[in-house]
Design a protein around this ligand. Structure first.
Ligand SMILES: [Zn+2]
Length: 121
């Protein structure tokens, strides 16, 4: 049974670094590859996005403010759901709760990975 916790500042920094690397990579490679090799660039963009979504899905869960249920969502749902951040720096995703079927801004939680807890710096 995985446990979930509120994202810390370090988690948010980590997410921003990953997204930053992705954006920087596609921006830089667009100068080199757009033109004759546009399809290589397209694969890079799609592949990178897929990895980001997959990784985000693997490391996060959502908390329903209505019934308190904690659940994980599929990559596709994650990709097409609106995301945002509240004034309190809490991340949210607008989703339908699998438990109570309410649509709400679900609070993003971080999945505690007990197996690799020695790897974090
Ligand atoms: Zn619910």
């Amino acid at each position: 049974m995985p446990t979930y916790r509120k994202p810390k500042q370090s988690d948010i920094t980590e997410w921003l670094i990953f997204i930053g690397i992705y954006v920087a990579t596609i921006t830089l490679t667009s100068f080199l590859l757009l033109g004759a090799y546009w399809y290589v660039w397209f694969v890079l963009v799609a592949g990178g996005l897929f990895i980001l979504v997959l990784w985000h899905k693997k490391s996060t869960a959502h908390h329903c403010p209505v019934c308190g249920d904690e659940f994980e969502i599929t990559c596709l749902t994650n990709l097409f759901s609106p995301h945002g951040v509240t004034k309190e720096d809490d991340g949210w995703t607008y989703l339908k709760c699998p438990q109570c079927k309410n649509r709400a801004k679900m609070k993003i939680l971080v999945k505690e990975n007990k197996k690799n807890h020695t790897t974090h710096n």
